[in-house]
Ligand binder design. Structure first.
Ligand SMILES: Nc1nc2c(ncn2[C@@H]2O[C@H](COP(=O)(O)OP(=O)(O)OP(=O)(O)O)[C@@H](O)[C@H]2O)c(=O)[nH]1
Ligand SMILES: [Mg+2]
Ligand SMILES: [Zn+2]
Length: 295
């Protein structure tokens, strides 16, 4: 009987796939009492893989946990131990600032450090992409302009990614899997074709996988991460998701200010004088509205 630790790559019912420190991937059994496991968990195994199958007998404390809340209000864990989030956009499909703000807010709330990746730079830049480059670096979010096709700036991005445990998020077809292949210099993640005129992707990545980088870092390519921003946050939590708005809100006249039409609202004032970006303010109010509307 031996013990070892391994990274949980995927988990379906009583079966799970793990990767040990030597890089070998194998199936293990999960005891029923262990319902509480998710990709990214560092698990303890007992067995020997021969006459005694490897069984998960425990897991390490998590550094971070991300989850979404389904329609019935049940929390569903998506991933454990991520420490960074790469939000991928491209000229096609056309990005929404709203979606970027939602991902950024989720990253802040879950305690991950986010960066924005503009992929397909070989196709040039649209006005929205120029806006992205104008707005986000000033808020402290790195913006990388890369092309997984030409390899442009991939080294710089790979450098930022070193030793991090991260996930790629973004609309279908922006090139998340292509970037993973480019960074790992391998063609292991499946890449799709853009389907119609509006250049929408088709959700090529349908199963979650964790790719190992050199060192301790890893990359999660997961369809589940699409639902990343759907959680039942309170207005207070959402405020934490917009750090520059949060900072200003401390100067609002009333403690329970909703930053909408309230008197003495410092956020409104900062927005009117251009200190807070219109799209960010709109994104913040939209998220608060949506959450309160769904209750
Ligand atoms: N021009 C150009 N096309 C790219 C680039 N990177 C990816 N693509 C193309 O964009 C399409 C979608 O790429 P994928 O990597 O499958 O996109 P994805 O984000 O993983 O999509 P899903 O798995 O569906 O979420 C493919 O046709 C790629 O060849 C790039 O840097 N430049
Ligand atoms: Mg993909
Ligand atoms: Zn206010």
């Amino acid at each position: 009987m031996n013990n070892k630790t391994a990274l949980l790559i995927s988990h379906h019912g009583a079966q799970a796939k793990v990767r040990d420190d030597t890089g070998i991937e194998f199936q293990v059994q999960v005891r029923q009492s262990f319902g509480d496991l998710v990709a990214g968990d560092q698990v303890f195994l007992r067995g020997n893989g021969q006459d005694e199958p490897w069984v998960i007998v425990g897991r390490e404390e998590r550094n971070t946990e991300i989850f979404r809340t389904d329609k019935r209000g049940t929390k569903k864990r998506i991933a454990a131990n991520l420490d960074a989030l790469l939000i991928v956009i491209a000229s096609e499909p056309e990005p929404y600032l709203n979606l970027i703000d939602r991902y950024l807010a989720a990253a802040e709330i879950f305690g991950l450090s986010p960066a924005i990746v503009i992929n397909k730079s070989d196709l040039g830049f649209t006005p929205v992409l120029d806006e992205v480059q104008r707005i986000y670096p000033g808020l402290g979010y790195p913006v990388f302009k890369v092309s997984s096709h030409s390899g442009h700036n991939l080294l710089e991005l790979a450098h930022w990614m070193q030793e991090k445990k991260l996930a790629f998020v973004g609309q279908s077809g922006v090139g998340k899997s292509s970037l993973i292949n480019g960074i790992l210099k391998d063609s292991i993640a499946r890449v799709g074709v853009l389907s119609d005129k509006r250049a929408k992707g088709r959700h090529t990545t349908t199963a979650s996988h964790i790719y190992q980088m050199a060192g301790h870092g890893w990359i999660m390519d997961s369809p589940g991460i699409r639902e990343f921003g759907n959680s039942d946050w309170t207005p207070q939590e959402i405020l934490r998701g917009f750090p520059e708005i949060f900072k200003v809100s401390e100067f609002c006249q009333y403690r329970n200010c909703a930053h909408g039409i309230d008197k003495g609202c410092a956020v409104q004032e900062a927005f009117s004088s251009g200190k807070i970006e219109a799209s960010r303010f709109k994104g913040f109010l939209g998220l608060v509205d949506e959450k309160s509307g769904s209750k």
